[in-house]
Each structure stands twice: as C-alpha cells, then as structure tokens.
Design a protein around this ligand. Structure first.
Ligand SMILES: [Zn+2]
Length: 327
C-alpha cells in the first residue's frame, strides 16, 4: 500500500515558497495569514526542519500583528484581534520560545482579559467581539489560556458544560447544541475535555470512537468528516487525533490511511492536497504531515506530535496547563 515515498525536501521548499509566491490568492488570504504561518511552522517543526524559515522574521511578523486596542493578535498587521489568530500566534511563539519571553507581562494581562471577555454566560466563546459562536472557539480559547499557563476552573467549568451540550445521540459533537456531528468539531470538543481533565465525561461510552472509526472510507483508506462525504487528508488529523486522545488509534487501518496521505503529495512541487491529484495547500500539507506523525513519527524521523494541542510533544510537555493560583 505505502510504496510512495515521503518527499521531505520538496515539502520544505513548498513551505518556504508560500511566502515568496506573492500570488493573487496569497494576498487574498490576509485574513488567514497567521493561521497559515502556524500551519507552515508546524509542518516544518514536525519534520525536524524548523530552521528552514528565518526565526527572527517570523517572530517580528507575529509581534507586528499585535492589536493593542483589544489585546489580542490579528491575522495580519492592523487587523482586529481574533481568537483564532491569537492561538496561532501563541503556538508559533511558544514553539520558538518556551518561556514566551517576547510577550511582556502587560501584554499577557491584556491577552488573558481579551480571551476571558469572549466567554458568554452559557460557557461558550465568541471568536471576536462580533459574536459568532462555535465549539471551535471554545477549544481555541481554552488552548490559548493553557499555552499562557493562565487556565482556571472558573473559565474551564462553564466551557465544559457548553461542550457537553453540543454532544449528539451518536456520541459525536457539533458546532453548537443540536448541530450536525462533524469530525473537526469532535477534535475541538475532545481536545477541550482533554485539556481540562474531563475525558471521564465521555470515556465510558464507545459510541464516539465507533463514529470516528466509521470515518475511514474504503478502498482509499482516507477519512471523511461526516457520513457519505468524500475522504479528505485534513481529517487524517481531526479524526486520528481524537482517536489518539481516546486511546483508540488501533480501531482504524493506519497503514491504509498512511497510503492515502502519501498519495495526496505533489511529488514534483511538494505540498499535500485534500485528495490525490487536487491542488496542494498549506493547510492540508500541515494536517497530512501531523497525521503521519500520529501514525508513526519514528518511521519518518519526525517529531512526535501532541494530539491535544497539535504541537510537538517536546514543547507541550512543558505546559503547566492550569494557572498556579498560589503565585
Ligand atoms: Zn480538508
């Protein structure tokens, strides 16, 4: 099945050139630039090639996206803060500098305030002050506070109540209470429960792991995000990370999944697409490669990826997770 090789050097080149293409699509994607940077840096960190991008320039770009008015990071200089770009900024900074020394205590205080003020009375989080609510933002906020070592029960408990309200009869999770089950929402909900030490709320029930393992589509071996949909490389991450957190990776055929991810590589130009023969992008490149890390990081000489935070374990092992209230 897995006779296609992993073209590491092409992928490195692909990530480096993201920034130099200066294509029309590139400039259209300003609102995703910080997320794109996280996907690129995570790709390089996972394949042990973080040095391929200039650290000082990356950090300068991130710091230039600080929005002092609201106290978070935007996706691009002069853009308003959003919780998604704030998490991406913190993830990249912490990959480079575990102590987050480039964030002053004044900025840190503002960041915590920005994130906490996005929480609504029902425990959910908005992405920004414009009010869209999604379980994605709950995970993003909880993960960001955890990265800052600023997570407290007072924030976590209502957030977990909200997550459990988004659970469906099939054991899976949706975007908001009553919304259709979707694999990416499963990751954010299971991730939130894992960060806040609440996996016991779902662990006794095998319905969720069954639903996740049914996402594997044969004969390709790739995962889909919902029943009846085509397989897509990014679900290699959303589904397999959730199964990894639940200790059920062995419920799927990992070799077939590996073959599917490898077959979606562009062997000439580097990069990975959503499915074989489609155009590559940095998002699917990142989640294909982090998926391969979950499958067998040693075989590829990758870094081991943390299924909860989607960051290298060597970084996340230092997280204190909860705020030390006595200090
Ligand atoms: Zn996808």
């Amino acid at each position: 099945m897995t006779d296609v090789t992993f073209v590491k050097d092409k992928h490195i080149q692909y990530v480096i050139e993201q920034d130099s293409h200066r294509s029309f699509e590139y400039w259209l994607s300003e609102h995703l630039r910080m997320n794109g940077l996280y996907w690129g840096i995570t790709t390089l960190a996972t394949i042990n090639s973080l040095d391929a991008l200039p650290k000082a320039e990356v950090i300068d770009f991130i710091l230039s996206c600080w929005d002092d008015k609201s106290g978070g990071f935007g996706s691009f200089p002069k853009h308003d803060s959003h919780i998604l770009s704030t998490l991406s900024a913190l993830q990249v900074l912490r990959i480079y500098d575990n102590e987050l020394t480039m964030i002053s205590s004044e900025k840190r205080t503002k960041l915590v305030k920005f994130i906490k003020e996005l929480q609504l009375p029902d425990g959910s989080f908005q992405g920004d002050r414009f009010g869209e609510v999604d379980t994605r933002f709950v995970y993003t906020a909880i993960s960001a506070l955890s990265l800052l070592d600023e997570l407290t029960k007072e924030i976590a408990d209502p957030a977990v109540d909200f997550i459990m309200k988004c659970r469906n009869f099939d054991g899976s999770f949706g975007m908001v209470p009553g919304a259709e089950s979707h694999a990416a929402q499963v990751f954010v909900c299971v991730g939130t429960l894992a960060i806040t030490d609440n996996l016991h709320l779902i662990n006794q029930d095998i319905k969720l792991a069954s639903w996740l393992s049914e996402r594997q589509v044969l004969p390709s071996g790739g995962f889909n995000g919902r029943p009846e949909k085509l397989p897509d490389v990014c679900y290699s991450w959303w589904v397999l990370s959730s199964l990894a957190i639940l200790n059920k990776k062995h419920w799927v055929d990992l070799e077939k999944l590996e073959g599917f991810i490898l077959s979606a590589q562009d062997l000439k130009e580097g990069g990975i697409s959503d499915r074989p023969d489609n155009a590559t992008d940095i998002y699917h490149t990142c989640f294909g490669i982090t998926g391969l890390s979950l499958i067998d990081w040693k075989k590829y000489n990758f870094k081991e990826i943390d299924p909860i935070y989607c960051m290298p374990v060597e970084v996340t092992k230092n997280f204190k997770k909860w705020k030390n209230l006595s200090s």
